[in-house]
Design a protein around this ligand. Sequence first.
Ligand SMILES: Cc1cc2nc3c(=O)[nH]c(=O)nc-3n(C[C@H](O)[C@H](O)[C@H](O)COP(=O)(O)OP(=O)(O)OC[C@H]3O[C@@H](n4cnc5c(N)ncnc54)[C@H](O)[C@@H]3O)c2cc1C
Length: 156
Amino acid sequence: MRRTDRQVNDPVKIREIIEACHCCRLGFNDNGKVYIVPLNFGYEETENKKYLYFHGALQGRKVELIKREGQAGFEMDTGYKLNAAKEACGYAAAFQSIIGAGNVCMLEETEEKIHALRCIMSHNIGKSDWEFPLEAVKKTAVFRLEITELSCKEHK
Ligand SMILES: Cc1cc2nc3c(=O)[nH]c(=O)nc-3n(C[C@H](O)[C@H](O)[C@H](O)COP(=O)(O)OP(=O)(O)OC[C@H]3O[C@@H](n4cnc5c(N)ncnc54)[C@H](O)[C@@H]3O)c2cc1C
């Protein structure tokens, strides 16, 4: 990162920023074109892995790309605040953002899907002990991105 003074390395702070984000944009390579799709998400950290979870329809462009490419980039941000100034060049924006990439795959096992859906609910609603009807789980695509690259930037 060119502006190293804005780089965030503290894992606790990075987790807080992820927790404050509600939209994660996944970016795919679609035969040389870029496809970016905004999604709600859930987040999980284990001892040495970081996962993003997503859900949606069983069909569609992103699902095709997940199955075909197995990789995606991602971006999420929060805390945007415009700092006004007298001169145009004096304007600046505060933000906190995360950019990364990882391996993405569809989850097929019911238990894995329910775990992911609970992570998504926990991230967005703050409560994870939801029940999901099995018929609904079957009809829902649930996918997981294992984070392999992550950087975090904060502009105050
Ligand atoms: C803040 C936010 C949160 C969202 N959360 C979820 C989520 O958790 N799960 C989920 O499944 N969907 C979510 N959506 C909708 C999501 O962005 C996609 O529209 C949806 O998932 C379908 O994607 P797809 O690749 O299957 O597109 P398809 O239905 O296959 O459509 C293909 C084409 O439609 C166009 N298109 C698709 N989506 C969009 C879009 N959002 N805006 C403009 N054009 C579009 C593109 O040109 C694309 O090539 C969210 C959208 C927003 C803005």
